[in-house]
Design a protein around this ligand. Structure first.
Ligand code: 0L1
Ligand code: MG
Length: 263
């Protein structure tokens, strides 16, 4: 990391206080326009270490910018990854308090339950499926700490890829015999269809998306561990919601998952 250590820690403090105080902040690259992706991942790691010191536990990984449409929108050619922590997990029966968040949006995703450690740099979608015990429908709540969700790739990486909350459906299915790319998904808000998509929206296949992240971690001598959860990346665009809204996501073969929101 060429960015000075104290500048990195200043950015960690800046982003964590925005999250805790539920306020939008100006993107980091306004002050540090030359922030590289590599430096941003180092800041992300420091931010996660700080959360761990404060009691959070890493539960797994999430992928972002996995659709061609979103990559083109951001002018990038690569996905990104961030971490899920236990304090982000919302049980399906528990309403989400929007007052804890800044400007949340919901995304339909597939959750992978990892049954064996997986690490390396030549990992394929088949390798991912071989260690996946179950897949399930999931809702990711993203809540960028940046003003109006406007940021560069380096900004969003440093901000742990806008991660905020996630809900996992209660129907867990072995991926054996399932064609995850061809499973359709419908996300509804207050009973009205909001978005539709399919598993193929994430890098052609959700397991390809997970393999991409494992290879990225592998370059740093890291990997997935047995028991972790990975969110594949959004299967459609995200939708904004507010207190009183009810979001549900139905995925062919995986059942549905829902999220109720209150003040
Ligand atoms: O989970 C995601 O796809 C979000 C990645 C970051 C981009 C955003 O906040 O829209
Ligand atoms: Mg997502």
């Amino acid at each position: 990391m060429t960015l000075a250590q104290d500048a990195g820690m200043e950015i960690v403090d800046y982003l964590l206080s925005a999250e805790k105080e539920r306020r939008e902040v100006v993107k980091v690259t306004e002050k540090y326009p030359d922030l590289t992706f590599a430096e941003a991942y180092v800041i992300q790691e420091k931010l996660l270490e700080r959360k761990e010191q404060e009691g959070a536990r890493r539960m797994g990984l999430k992928l972002g910018l996995t659709s061609k449409a979103k990559q083109e929108m951001m002018g990038v050619h690569e996905a990104i990854y961030g971490y899920l922590t236990d304090d982000m997990l919302v049980p399906e029966w528990q309403p989400l308090s929007t007052g804890q968040l800044i400007h949340p949006k919901a995304e339909p995703e597939m959750a992978f339950f990892i049954g064996e450690d997986l690490q390396g740099t030549g990992i394929t979608a088949e390798d991912v499926l071989a260690v996946t015990r179950y897949v399930a429908a999931a809702i990711e709540v993203i809540d960028s700490r940046y003003l109006d969700f406007k940021f560069t790739l380096a900004d969003v990486i440093a901000d742990n890829c806008s991660s905020a909350r996630f809900v996992v459906g209660s129907k867990w299915v072995s991926p054996v015999g399932l064609d995850l790319a061809n499973l359709g998904v419908v996300m509804s808000k207050n009973g009205e269809v909001a978005t539709v998509g399919a598993g193929a929206a994430v890098l052609g296949h959700p397991a390809t998306s997970v393999a991409w992240a494992v290879n990225k971690l592998g370059e740093q001598g890291k990997g997935l561990r047995k028991g972790q959860i990975v969110l594949s990346g959004a299967l459609t665009e995200a939708i904004a919601f507010e207190a009183g809204d009810h979001i549900s996501v139905a995925v062919d073969g995986l059942g549905s998952v829902s999220l109720s929101c209150r003040e």
